[in-house]
Design a protein around this ligand. Structure first.
Ligand SMILES: NC(=O)c1ccc[n+]([C@@H]2O[C@H](COP(=O)([O-])OP(=O)(O)OC[C@H]3O[C@@H](n4cnc5c(N)ncnc54)[C@H](OP(=O)(O)O)[C@@H]3O)[C@@H](O)[C@H]2O)c1
Length: 332
């Protein structure tokens, strides 16, 4: 397992981050604990969760964090945990939840659920563009000063707002975001029928990462198994079809799937190694968040942790000429 230090932090993390969105809810408690053990036994040390996770299941809001808290108490203390708050209520996704009271309440819940004294990395789960960046910056800096949060980042923020936030942080001499968690995989995404508060990697965001060196931690980094399912001729769910196989993106994603198989056969790499290798070989720090549901999927993804593709292979996967501009391959 490779490790890297997230720029401008002392967080030394494994090359892959284990997403815990379904742990303790969609995945049974015993299987979830076994997945956590398997990941750490293989050298992984970085977990992703959120205060809201499992709110849509019978296990209930906070189940993912509580499961991790239980596991931490009995097994490991040396995990690096990223969690998120400020997510709108599920019944009113258009109403932001970035007030001081709401953010502080979410942070307090996460600390309690995880059973830790400070959160290593806390992300805004969503943005609310109506709230001035200076206002939320002050809230975050106060939480850092109080020792409740060590570092913070954003998820599902548009590039212009990230720039605004980082500029405001610089003016105040604050560290600002150390990580961005967007939707991003080798597949282009069609978000036209999705939650409008999501934000995906695109050419502008890529440029921002290239300029700033900000770390990206992509979620749905395997496009929910789109490429594996195509390779194995397995049916695509309705959700995967809407996001990765709609009329708007089918041609490009089917061509990329064919390229994954061609290049994989030439280089002896599996579909998963090509798909995660694409993200692991970008010219700025990228730690893909993986979402395995079984031990076999986790092992398959772990086998990709050391893969580095050449710039030519990355360009070929995107089906662009090496001289082509990044805007020619922007996603979502
Ligand atoms: N910030 C946000 O708004 C946000 C949003 C979503 C997720 N997340 C985070 O990202 C994590 C992962 O998200 P995700 O579940 O959407 O990611 P994902 O890894 O793209 O999708 C997971 C699905 O991909 C398939 N899969 C995963 N590994 C595989 C492998 N090695 N071989 C074959 N198929 C494989 C499985 O599909 P099948 O089960 O159908 O086989 C699995 O259920 C979450 O747990 C959460 O921590 C964050």
């Amino acid at each position: 397992m490779r490790y890297l230090t997230l720029p401008r932090t002392d967080l030394r993390v494994s090359a892959l981050c284990l997403g815990a969105g379904d742990l303790g809810a969609g995945v049974s408690e015993s299987d979830s604990l076994a997945l956590l053990d398997q990941f750490f036994d293989a050298g992984g040390n970085f977990l992703d969760t959120a205060a809201i996770y499992a709110a849509w299941t019978s296990a209930g809001k906070g189940s993912s964090e509580r499961l991790i808290g239980k596991w931490l108490a009995s097994r490991r203390k040396d995990a690096v945990i990223g969690t998120k708050g400020g997510h709108p209520e599920l019944t009113s996704m258009n109403v932001g939840r970035l007030s001081q009271r709401e953010i502080e309440a979410d942070v307090a819940d996460s600390l309690k659920n995880l059973g830790v004294e400070a959160l290593d990395l806390w992300y805004f789960h969503r943005d609310d563009p109506a709230v001035p960046v200076e206002e939320v910056l002050d809230i975050m800096e106060a939480l850092v000063a109080a020792g409740k949060i060590r570092y913070y980042g954003c998820s599902n923020w548009k590039t212009a707002r990230m720039r605004e936030f980082q500029d405001a942080a610089q003016v105040r001499g604050a560290r600002g975001f150390v990580a961005n968690q967007p939707l991003w995989s080798l597949a282009q995404s069609d978000l036209s029928s999705s939650d409008p508060t999501l934000a995906a990697m695109n050419a502008a965001m890529r440029d921002f990462h290239l300029e700033s060196g900000l770390a990206a931690l992509p979620y749905s980094s395997q496009a929910n198994g789109f490429f594996q399912k195509i390779a194995e001729n397995r049916p695509l769910s309705r959700g995967i079809t809407a996001t990765y196989d709609s009329e708007a993106v089918r041609a490009v994603n089917r061509a990329r799937a064919a390229q994954v198989e061609n290049l994989g056969a030439q280089s002896g790499l599996s579909v998963t190694q090509m798909v995660l290798g694409y993200l692991l070989s970008q010219p700025f720090p990228v730690v893909p968040i993986i979402g395995p549901k079984t031990a076999a999927q986790l092992q398959d993804s772990l086998n990709a942790s050391d893969v580095k593709l050449s710039a030519e292979q990355v360009a070929a996967l995107e089906r662009r000429e090496m001289t082509g501009s990044l805007s020619a391959c922007g996603e979502g």
